[in-house]
Design a protein. Structure first.
Length: 184
């Protein structure tokens, strides 16, 4: 059984920075996975597809299976993701069912999201704000973090939660429905 830290929050909420801080502070190695890694490496470039909307489901199906495959292979994994499409949460519940999941909500105020998005210049304008209004709806987390706090402090909270261990199954598995929202 592998450990999966599932970081969930709006675009520009600080998930990637937090994942890096967790990896740096942890004595155990984690594989860090996200669509951004595939996009930034050039492995997946949405603009290469004549119809990204039609191709998107298959790309994310592969990504989700990859999350599960790494965990099934015995790797501890940090997943950063946005559950923004109907069916994704249920699919990931099945793919990660054999593993210990810590479901972490990264909460960041819209004003900070806008500022970070503008500074990054690699996201569609307004996508972070769009996410912020919907991304946490219907989700109950094992741990909620303030995305404006220092990443090292948040990483310590995650690692402490992992040491304590779950007294029951992660809330990730207790939720029965996805809350879909349109992507920009």
């Amino acid at each position: 059984m592998s450990t999966v830290v599932f970081l969930h929050g709006a675009s520009s909420s600080g998930k990637s920075t937090l994942a890096a801080a967790i990896r740096k502070a942890s004595a155990q190695p984690f594989v860090h996975l996200s669509l951004d890694h595939f996009r930034d490496s050039g492995a997946v470039n949405p603009s290469d597809y004549p119809d990204w909307t039609a191709a998107r489901p298959a790309v994310f199906e592969g990504l989700h299976r990859g999350f599960g495959a790494f965990a099934d292979a015995g790797c501890d994994v940090i997943v950063e993701h946005i559950l923004d499409t109907e069916g994704w949460h249920a699919q990931l519940q099945k793919l990660l069912a054999a593993h210990d999941v810590l479901f972490v909500g990264v909460m960041t105020p819209v004003s900070v999201l806008r500022e970070r998005e503008t500074g990054r210049q690699n996201r569609p304008a307004g996508s972070a704000e769009h996410d912020a209004g919907r991304v946490h709806q219907g989700h109950v987390y094992d741990l909620e973090l303030d995305g404006t706090q220092p990443p090292d402090a948040n990483a310590k909270r995650v690692l402490k939660a992992l040491q304590i261990g779950a007294k029951s199954r992660s809330s990730f598995f207790n939720q029965v429905s996805d809350v879909p929202f349109e992507t920009p």
